[in-house]
Design a protein around this ligand. Structure first.
Ligand code: ADP
Length: 168
């Protein structure tokens, strides 16, 4: 049984994350999508809001479990008995940081493997921070996030439906 974890902030979840989840769920037996409860960041969505968005989005994928965790990823992996970490690589800028994290995780927990999926070319520009930046100015985020979350994202910036610059 290959149980993997795809950890992240998912603040908010994007089409890039969805693509990663669907592709990795095909490779492993069970995929935990885990929201990191990072107290040092000031998030747009609470952990429970992010968990429910991800649960809604992945409801049709039988081998996906959505959870959250705090503390060290490798400690949480022991708790759920996961052996594989899934991360995405969009550009070289992701690589240096991801390599460092993968190496330290291997030093701390030698049985853990990190696998990387390269971003789908049409989504490699996409990040949660780009979504937040665009949404904060009422920009069109319809190509960045699933339609069902658009209103909730704008609402965080006090932008009403009328003020959204979505192309119809
Ligand atoms: P973190 O704060 O851990 O970087 P994110 O929610 O930003 O959390 O991203 C979680 C993971 O998803 C990371 O491995 C990141 O590289 C990957 N990811 C984010 N956006 C994309 C995308 N558009 N395509 C592929 N992978 C992505």
């Amino acid at each position: 049984m290959k149980r993997a974890i795809y950890p992240g902030s998912f603040d908010p979840v994007t089409f890039g994350h969805e693509d990663m989840i669907r592709r990795s769920a095909e490779i492993v037996d069970e995929l935990y999508v885990a929201v990191l409860n990072n107290s040092s960041k000031n998030p747009l969505f609470s952990v429970s809001e992010r968990v429910s968005m991800l649960s809604e989005l992945t409801a049709d994928i039988p081998n996906v479990v959505v959870t959250s965790f705090d503390g060290l990823l490798i400690d949480y992996m022991k708790e759920i008995d996961a052996q594989i970490i899934v991360r995405g690589l969009r550009a070289v800028t992701d690589f240096e940081y991801e390599l460092q994290i993968a190496e330290i995780n291997r030093v701390e927990s030698p049985t853990v493997e990190t696998i990387f999926l390269t971003a789908s070319p049409n989504l490699s520009y996409l990040s949660s921070s780009i979504v937040r930046e665009f949404a904060s100015y009422g920009g069109d985020i319809s190509k960045l996030v699933p339609a069902r979350f658009i209103d909730a994202i704008y609402a965080k910036y006090g932008i009403t439906k009328k003020e959204q610059k979505i192309e119809q």
